[in-house]
Every structure is written in C-alpha cells, then in structure tokens.
Design a protein around this ligand. Structure first.
Ligand code: PLP
Length: 355
C-alpha cells in the first residue's frame, strides 16, 4: 500500500513532546502544585447533574466570557475563550497567519509559538534575545524590518527564561510591528505588570492567558485571549462550532468564583520562588531572575544533561532545556510545594557535590 502523502510543508515538522517520567517530584511542566480548593470540587458536583447533556453547549460561551471579562476589567466582546491558550494561539495563527505569512519569535522562548505557526502554514522568522535573555530591541527591529511578519509573538514572563518584558520594550515592538503582536501571559498573574493595560481598539495587540498555571486547572484545558473588539469576531471565524463543551464552561465559571484562593496560591508560589532562588544561590549554579513559577538555571561545572539525569535518579524531574537554542546546559525547575522544593534542592546539592 502506498501511504497517502501528508502536506509537503509538514514532512519535516516534528510533533511537540514534553517527556513525562514516573517520578515522585514532578517539577518539569510548570503546573501548579496545589489543586483548586475543595469547595470548587463541591461546586462542580452541584453543577454536573444540571448540565443539559443532550443539548449542544452555549456556542458563544457567553457567561464564561463575561465572567472572564469582569475578572480582567474588559468588555465581554473583547474576550475569546478556547481549549487551552494553545488553541487560542492556533486560532490567532489561522486567522492572521497561515500560508504565505511570516511569524516572528525571539528565541529562546515558548517552543509552541514557532511550532503552531509552522503547523498552520506560516514561515517563522527567528530572532535572538540578549545573552541575559532580554528582548534586544535592535534585533527586534532587524527581524521585523527584514521579515515584515504578520504576527510577532512575545511571551511575558518568558518561558523558559522567566523574565517580564519591560513596558517600554513592548511599546517599541508595537510601534515596529506591521501586523499583530501577541503577548502570551500564561504566567501573567505571577508578575507585577501586564500587557493588558495596553489592549484597546487602537493597538494591534492581543494578550493570551490560561487556566493551566495560576488557576491550577491544567487538566481542564481552558485559555483565553483579550483583544480589541474588532478582533474577536475575526478569530471566531475559524473556531469549530461548540468548541467549548458544557462541562468545561461550567468548570471555568465555577473556578472564577475562587479568585481570592487563586491569588493566595500565586502568592505562596511567589514566596516559595524567593526561597528557592535564595537556596539555589548557595549552590554552584547560575540562576536567572524569574517573574513566573519556574527558575532557569545552569550548573557551573557539570553538563546540564548529567545534572538532569542525576536529579531523575533521585526522583526529581525538571525540564531539560540544554539542547535548546541559546540554552546550552540550562535546566528549568518549576516552583513546587515547600516539600518538593526541598527535595529538589537536596538532590541538586548531592548531584553537584558528586561532580
Ligand atoms: C504553559 C504555557 C501555556 C499554556 O498553554 P495551555 O494550552 O493553556 O495549557 C501557554 N503559553 C506558555 C508560554 C506556557 O508556558
């Protein structure tokens, strides 16, 4: 049998992988270490029997959208919700990018930005960041002038490096970009500032956020975009009908009832982040400042791969970024519970001592 050929431009594209191992301490995917509060689970139990399972869901997810809008202080028609912010990013790429277009990214950054851009047919123009992973505005200008991208992706705080882009840098990118600027704020609530302040009808700017990290709801697959009013109906054109199921809409609405609990969890993680970076500062690793729920680090005298394996051998899984562009020997640890963080620091100490 001759297998049917796939789209020619996909032949060399690899699927996205985030290796998952069965270890005790999983600090590799930036998940929240704590679940949502028990009252949230109780609320779900109350809601489930009332779902009209035989009916299609509310197609425009109107209640969920207006609740998200109230949370972010914007109008409901500025919000688009989808199955994780990855689906939001895909939707944006389908509408504003696609075949014949170019999407600009500044590496090292979230791998899914270039992946989703390619899968949706766009060419990717890759710029670099400064040696300390800051946006280099000369480089941004060079890439934008050369590629004239339909979409520029920023990630702030940037995954996997951790820092927030300064407000003047974002304003400069908005001036330079000929098309849409997307700011991925998956870690937005961990940071002191948000690009949401700049979203209005006059800027070609859209901000994406997710329930996966700060809301402790990675299992729910729910994310959203906040943009100008004129953008949302354009994005809706490519969504599959009824893309958000009834249960997910209800779960999202229920979760939003526990905003203060979310803020408390975020605060606990920020405190733990401070404690963890102080502990790591005592070890032979270089760390970078973080405005998110993870810390990027580079062992000073042992190869990253070796440290990663040593940690796995001690039951601790972190993300191995050592083969990523610009991140030679770097690893990324998610801030976990105090116990998990202690386990990580103890294991790291052992691995470094042995080397
Ligand atoms: C984790 C993460 C996401 C989350 O995607 P979801 O599809 O909402 O789970 C998006 N962007 C970045 C930069 C992330 O790190």
């Amino acid at each position: 049998m001759k297998r049917p050929p796939i789209r020619r431009d996909l032949a060399l594209v690899e699927g996205y992988h985030s290796p998952q191992l069965d270890v005790e301490v999983r600090l590799n995917t930036n998940e929240a270490p704590e679940p949502p509060p028990p009252a949230f689970a109780e609320e779900l139990q109350r809601i489930v029997p009332g779902i009209d399972w035989n009916r299609y869901p509310d197609r425009s997810a109107s209640e969920l959208r207006s609740r998200i809008a109230a949370l972010e202080g914007v109008a409901a028609d500025q919000v688009l919700a989808a199955n994780g912010s990855n689906e939001v990013l895909q939707t944006i790429c389908l509408v504003y990018g696609g075949f014949g277009s170019t999407v600009a990214v500044f590496e090292p950054t979230y791998a899914l930005h270039s992946h989703i851009a390619r899968v949706t047919g766009a060419a990717v123009a890759e710029g670099g960041r400064s040696p300390d992973f800051e946006l280099d505005l000369d480089e941004v200008e060079r890439v934008i002038d050369q590629a004239r991208p339909e979409i520029v992706f920023l990630c702030s705080p940037n995954n996997p490096t951790g820092m927030l882009d300064p407000a003047p840098a974002l304003e400069r990118v908005l001036e330079l970009a000929p098309g849409l600027v997307v700011v991925d704020e998956a870690y937005g609530q961990f940071a002191p500032r948000s690009a949401l302040e700049l979203v209005d009808e006059e800027h070609r700017l859209v901000v994406t956020r997710t329930f996966s990290k700060t809301w402790s709801m990675a299992g729910a697959r729910l994310g959203y975009a906040v943009g100008p009013r004129w953008m949302v109906p354009e994005l809706e054109k490519v969504l599959l009908p009824y893309h958000l199921d009834s249960f997910k809409q209800a779960a999202g609405i229920a979760a939003l009832g526990f905003e203060q609990e979310m803020r408390n969890r975020v605060q606990r993680l920020v405190d733990e982040r401070t404690r963890l970076s102080a502990a790591m500062a005592e070890l032979e690793v270089r760390t970078w400042p973080s405005d998110a729920n993870f810390i990027l680090f580079r062992p000073e005298s042992i190869a990253g791969d070796e440290v990663w394996q040593g940690l796995v051998d001690r039951g601790v899984l972190v993300r191995n970024c050592s083969s990523w562009r610009g991140l030679t020997d770097c690893l990324r640890v998610t801030v976990g519970t105090p116990t998990e963080n202690d386990r990580f620091v103890g294991a790291l100490e052992e691995v470094l001592d042995r080397g």
